[in-house]
Every structure is written in structure tokens, then in C-alpha cells.
Design a binder for this molecule. Structure first.
Ligand code: PGA
Ligand code: ZN
Length: 401
């Protein structure tokens, strides 16, 4: 049983405060986890409260219900208790930041009590033995960097990598190759919030740079590397004008669908996330009809890791993949439910970090535990490599239990 829950404010990678939870069990187990934080958040996400408010409210409402009462090994009970303590359907009382930190810390404490790695506790004996391929953000803009590309993320997708380690190193090589190409073109570049290069170039130029970088690195590494996008189109969409706003032009919804479909063909894109606004199930369905055989059409802001929104998408044929961010929904149980519903319906789950991160590695374990085909967790920078290096360790250790 949980003996104590301690909550504190720590820093995230943007230098903002976030919630960290420590859970101690009566049997001496210990788990620690921290909440990540988004910048291009979806309208339908669970609510992230101001850090100190989230902690105060969780201390008042959730902690007394957990301490001395709930077993960390019963993740469903931990998460039900968090929901009951909150009393709303979007964690607006205790904050999704407090909820997710406690939920993940409980899972880690349970793994500690069992003496098992977290992925094993979460995935169990019948977990498959596939490893998630990391999608690496190497050029980006949108809400993650000022005066850079309109499309939020250009992601290296090392689909032919023989191992996670090769995939991680390939993404880093693509990141480095992009820097070389930008230097050759005389384009200076800072980095955005996730460590991707954030040059002041048009999206057309970014596609050229990506195409060149992945083919160079693919030749060097000897396996197939494609690339993909997180358009984060909800951030570009102007509802009043009913159009998508790029740096140099606008596109109607039909033009946007055509544009993305053409890009999938021209660049053989492996992955397209949030190509349309977060309310546009119909647009997602049309695009999925056109390109769903060739590429993953993934809903992030569209689905927000929420089974109700995913159900609506499944009914309408919107997308064929879902981004899974535990803090979008608030608990690990909810995130697992979203993965399960997705897989049952042929949607590929992609486990994901947020633009604001900490050294917490829970999502690396979550991706392995759920047999997710992909994980999106950046390419460089300590808060990103924390997860990538953990995946490399898991891959090495897993067959030697
Ligand atoms: P966010 O962006 O964490 O800033 O929401 C990541 C994403 O859109 O996938
Ligand atoms: Zn996204």
C-alpha cells in the first residue's frame, strides 16, 4: 500500500516549473515521476493547472485518499482514486499535471516492489518482443520556435533500422546532416523546444533539406530512412477565415488535403500527424481514404489520447494511428485504454513526449510495454536522450531477464 505521496515543483526543459511525485510504499518500494507539458496543446486535452495550484489541490483532494489506502500494484485503483478525488472529467480540479505524475510514480513504485523493470510490470509476460522505432524531430517550427517553418515537426523515420540503437543513432545523424546542409546553404539556425533545428526557411525548403539528409544518412547506415511530419494543423487553422495559414500563403481545407496527399506521394512520407484541424474528423477521413494505405495518418490534437474521441474517429474512418500522451488524459490506465481501443481497430499507437520534458523515462517503458510500433521522443538534448538511451538499455537487457 501507498505509505506516502510527496509532490514538489521541479524544472522542465523550457525552464518552466512542473510537478514531480514521489511515492513510497509500506513495503519500502519507491517510484518517482514528473509531468511533461505541451505548447501546442489540443483544445480537448485534460487540464494542466498552474504547478503550485495543482500540487496544493492534489495534496488536499487526492493524497489523503491514496495514503494508507491504495495498492500501487493495482494501477486501475490508483487511477480510479485520482479520478474520484478530482471529480471532473478533465482533471480541472487537481490538474492533469498532478494526476499523471502520481499515476506514473505509482507504476514505478509497483515495479520497484516487484523488482521488475517498469516495461515488464506494465507489459507483462505476454508483451511482444518488438521495439518501437523512434521518430526523430530534426527540423521544426510552429509553436515550438519563432520565425521557423510553419509545419511544426519534420521527423526522421528510420523504418528499416535493424535495432532501436541503430534507429536512435540514425536520427542523430540526420539531425547532424541537416545542420551541415543548412550551413552549406548559408542558413543560420537555432534549435526549437524539442531540439530540432529551427531555421527561418519556407516549408518547401525544409522538404528539400529533409529529403537530402535522410537519403545521405540512409546510404551511410545501409537501411531505409524515410521521413514524416507533425503538421500541428490546429495551430495554423483560422476558424473564422476557414483556412490554414502558412508563412507565405493560405490553404482551404480541400487545398490542405490535396497538399498533404501530394507531399505523401512526392516524398514517400512514412507518417503525417495532425494534417488537419482538431475538429475536422471529415477532413481526416478524406485524407485517410487517399493516403492511408501508404502512410500513417496520426491524430494528436484530434484524439488527445481520449477513447471517446478515438471512437468517433474510428466510426468516421478518420486517421489510422493515434498519438498517446499520458498527460493529455491524466492517467496511465486511460492511456492504456486508448492504446487497446486503437489496436483493436487497426490504429497504430505512437507513444509521445511533449515539447516541455524532464529526465523522466516513463514513456520509453510505456512504448515497449504496449508494443507500440513508434515512439516520438526527439533526437538530441538531455531530456530527449533520457528516453532514447533508456530504450537502448531496454533493448539490450530485455532478452536476458
Ligand atoms: P506539444 O507538441 O507537446 O507542444 O503539444 C508536441 C506535438 O504536437 O506532438
Ligand atoms: Zn502533435
Amino acid at each position: 500500500r501507498i505509505e506516502s505521496v510527496r509532490l514538489r515543483q521541479i524544472l522542465d526543459s523550457r525552464g518552466n516549473t512542473t510537478v514531480e511525485a514521489d511515492i513510497l510504499t509500506e513495503s519500502g518500494g519507491f517510484g518517482r515521476a514528473a509531468a511533461p507539458s505541451g505548447a501546442s496543446t489540443g483544445e480537448y486535452e485534460a487540464i494542466e493547472l498552474d504547478t503550485s495550484e495543482a500540487i496544493a489541490s492534489a495534496r488536499e483532494h487526492a493524497v489523503p485518499r491514496l495514503e494508507g489506502a491504495v495498492y500501487v500494484g493495482d494501477q486501475r485503483d490508483v487511477d480510479r482514486t485520482l479520478r474520484a478525488a478530482d471529480g471532473t472529467d478533465n482533471f480541472s480540479e487537481i490538474g492533469a499535471n498532478s494526476a499523471v505524475a502520481i499515476s506514473m510514480a505509482a507504476a514505478k513504485a509497483a515495479a520497484d516492489v516487484l523488482g521488475a523493470p517498469l516495461y515488464q510490470h506494465l507489459g507483462g509476460a505476454f508483451r511482444g518482443d518488438n521495439y518501437p522505432i523512434p521518430l526523430g524531430n530534426v527540423i521544426g517550427g510552429g509553436e515550438h520556435a519563432a520565425d521557423a517553418t510553419a509545419i511544426q515537426e519534420f521527423l526522421s523515420a528510420p523504418v528499416g533500422a535493424p535495432s532501436v540503437q541503430d534507429a536512435v543513432f540514425a536520427n542523430a545523424a540526420v539531425h547532424s546532416e541537416v545542420a551541415d546542409i543548412l550551413a552549406e546553404r548559408g542558413v543560420p539556425s537555432a534549435k526549437g523546444d524539442e531540439g530540432a533545428w529551427a531555421p527561418s526557411i519556407d516549408d518547401d525548403d525544409a522538404f528539400e533539406v529533409m529529403d537530402e539528409a535522410v537519403s545521405t544518412v540512409s546510404d551511410e547506415f545501409g537501411f531505409e530512412i524515410r521521413f514524416g511530419l507533425d503538421v500541428a494543423a490546429a495551430e495554423m487553422y483560422d476558424a473564422d477565415a476557414d483556412e490554414y495559414q502558412y508563412r507565405d500563403r493560405t490553404r482551404s481545407t480541400d487545398e490542405q488535403i490535396e497538399y498533404i496527399a501530394d507531399l505523401v506521394d512526392e516524398y514517400d512520407l512514412a507518417y503525417v500527424e495532425d494534417p488537419l484541424d482538431e475538429n475536422d474528423y471529415e477532413g481526416f477521413a478524406k485524407l485517410t481514404d487517399k493516403v492511408g494505405e501508404k502512410t500513417l495518418v496520426c491524430g494528436d490534437d484530434l484524439f488527445v489520447t481520449n477513447v471517446e474521441r478515438l471512437s468517433e474517429g474510428i466510426e468516421k474512418g478518420a486517421g489510422n494511428s493515434i498519438l498517446i500522451k499520458p498527460n493529455q488524459i491524466g492517467t496511465l490506465s486511460d492511456a492504456f485504454d486508448a492504446v487497446e481501443l486503437a489496436v483493436e481497430n487497426g490504429y497504430d499507437p505512437v507513444i509521445s513526449h511533449r515539447s516541455g520534458e524532464t529526465e523522466d523515462t516513463t514513456i520509453a517503458h510505456l512504448a515497449v510495454a504496449t508494443d507500440a510500433p513508434f515512439i516520438k521522443t526527439g533526437t538530441v538534448g538531455g531530456e530527449r536522450t533520457a528516453k532514447l538511451n533508456e530504450l537502448i538499455r531496454i533493448e539490450q537487457n530485455v532478452s536476458r531477464l
